[in-house]
Design a protein around this ligand. Structure first.
Ligand SMILES: C[S@@+](CC[C@H](N)C(=O)[O-])C[C@H]1O[C@@H](n2cnc3c(N)ncnc32)[C@H](O)[C@@H]1O
Length: 375
C-alpha cells in the first residue's frame, strides 16, 4: 500500500465551470510553456510550491538509479503478473468506483503545452491550475472487483459503403463535418472520467469540434457520460481496450486530426505499447498530430515503489492493482518513430514540487512529446 498526497477536486461542477469560463473571458493571460520559475539559489527552495526545469546533478541521478535497482530486485510473481494484465480494466473500474471523478484534477495546463487543442481560444488561463496537478495522487486502495456491466454507447450497424463497417451518431456527425472540411476531430485514448476531455470541450471554440474519447474502464465511461457537461452533439465516449487487435471505433481510418495520450501509455503493458501506437497512427489522418505526456524515468513515483511491486524493468503495480511505466525520451522516440510518425517535440520536464508545510521536496519527471503522421 502506498501513501499518496490527498487532493480533492471539485472543479467538475457546472457552477465552477461557468464562473471560470466567465473570468477567463476577461483575462487574456497565458502561462509560458514549460514553466517560468527557476531555482537559482537552493536556499530559496521553500519560497514557492514548485520550480521549473530543475537540473539534476550526477549524484542525484546515481541515487535514483540505486533506488530503482533496489526496488526492481524482487519482481511480482508470474501468477500475479497475469492477473494484473488479464483484469487490468477491472482494477481501473474499481479505482473509478471508489474515486469517481474526484481523483485527477482537470488538466488546464494542456492548452499551455498543447495549444493545438484549443487553437482559437485566447483565454486559456493556465495559471488557474498548477501544472503539478497532473501527478497528485491520493491514498489508493483496492477494495475488490466491482460488477459494473460494460455499457458502450457505440452503435454498430450496416452501411452501404464497404469500408464503413461501424457507424454511430458521432460518425455521421464527423462525416458531415469532414465533407464541409470545417471540423476538428480529436480522440482521447484512456480518457478516464474526462479530466482532459471536458477542458477541451470548454476551451476549444471551434463550433465544428467533435471529441471522441475511449477508455477500457466501463465505470469511467459511465461517470464521464453522467457528467452534466457531456454533450453527445460534441462528444462521444465509448468503451475500448486499446491493446485489442481491432478497435472497432466509431470513426474511420485516416480520419482524426488529433490524438491525445495523457498518462495512458504508462498504464499499458510494455509489450502492447507498440501496437497501441500503430493503431493511433492508423486512425490519424495524414498530417494529423499525436500529443503525449506521461511519467518519466526516475520520477518520484518510481522511486517510492517498494520491492515486490516491480513487474518488469521500469514497470510497476500500485497497491490498487493499476500499473505504471516510467519512460525515457529515447523510448518514446523509438515507439512513435517506428510506427511511422515524425517527431515534432520530445522533451523531459523536470519539476521540483515543494510541500512547504512539511518541508518536503519532490522531484517529478515527465516526458512530453508531439508526433505527426506524415502527409
Ligand atoms: C492515469 S489515467 C489518465 C486519465 C486521463 N487521460 C486524464 O488525463 O485524466 C489512465 C487511464 O488509462 C486507462 N487505460 C489503461 N489501459 C487502457 C487500455 N488498455 N485501453 C483503454 N484505456 C486504458 C485507464 O482506465 C485510465 O482511465
Amino acid at each position: 500500500m502506498y501513501l499518496y498526497k490527498i487532493i480533492r477536486c471539485t472543479s467538475n461542477s457546472a457552477l465552477w465551470a461557468t464562473s471560470f469560463t466567465a473570468k477567463c473571458h476577461t483575462r487574456f493571460r497565458k502561462k509560458p510553456q514549460h514553466g517560468s520559475r527557476y531555482l537559482t539559489n537552493p536556499e530559496n527552495v521553500f519560497e514557492f510550491n514548485a520550480w521549473d526545469n530543475v537540473k539534476w546533478d550526477t549524484c542525484q541521478e546515481e541515487l535514483a538509479k540505486c533506488k530503482v535497482t533496489e526496488n526492481s530486485s524482487v519482481f511480482a510473481s508470474q501468477d500475479d503478473q497475469e492477473m494484473y494484465e488479464g483484469c487490468a480494466n477491472k482494477y481501473w473500474d474499481a479505482f473509478y468506483g471508489i474515486h469517481q471523478n474526484r481523483f485527477f484534477k482537470d488538466r488546464h495546463w494542456l492548452f499551455t503545452e498543447f495549444p493545438e487543442l484549443a487553437p482559437d481560444n485566447k483565454c486559456v488561463d493556465a495559471q488557474k491550475e498548477q501544472k503539478s496537478e497532473q501527478a497528485d495522487e491520493v491514498l489508493r486502495s483496492f477494495a475488490g472487483e466491482p460488477t459494473v456491466e460494460q455499457d458502450s454507447k457505440v452503435l454498430i450497424c450496416e452501411n452501404t459503403e464497404d469500408e464503413v463497417k461501424h457507424c454511430s451518431e458521432g460518425l455521421a456527425n464527423m462525416l458531415e463535418r469532414n465533407t464541409e472540411r470545417k471540423g476538428t476531430t480529436i480522440l482521447e485514448i484512456g480518457c478516464g472520467v474526462g479530466n482532459t476531455v471536458f477542458p477541451i470541450l470548454r476551451y476549444n471554440v471551434n463550433p465544428h469540434l467533435f471529441v471522441f474519447c475511449c477508455d477500457f474502464s466501463s465505470t469511467a465511461i459511465q461517470i464521464l457520460q453522467d457528467n452534466p457537461e457531456y454533450n453527445p452533439k460534441r462528444c462521444q465516449a465509448f468503451v475500448c481496450d486499446v491493446t485489442a487487435e481491432d478497435w472497432q471505433p466509431p470513426f474511420l481510418p485516416n480520419s482524426l486530426d488529433i490524438a491525445v495520450m495523457i498518462f495512458v501509455l504508462s498504464a499499458i503493458h510494455p509489450d502492447r505499447m507498440a501496437h497501441v501506437v500503430t493503431q493511433v497512427y492508423k486512425y490519424l489522418r495524414p498530417g494529423g498530430l499525436l500529443v503525449f505526456r506521461d511519467y518519466g524515468r526516475y520520477d518520484m513515483a518510481q522511486l517510492r515503489f517498494k520491492k515486490g511491486h516491480c513487474l518488469s524493468d521500469n514497470f510497476y503495480v500500485r497497491g490498487d492493482g493499476t500499473r505504471v511505466y516510467f519512460f525515457t525520451q529515447a523510448e518514446v522516440k523509438s515507439l512513435f518513430e517506428e510506427a511511422g510518425f515524425e517527431e515534432v517535440q520530445n522533451l523531459v520536464d523536470r519539476r521540483l514540487q515543494v510541500n512547504r508545510g512539511k518541508l518536503l521536496t519532490m522531484y517529478r519527471v515527465w516526458i512530453q512529446a508531439k508526433y505527426r503522421k506524415p502527409f
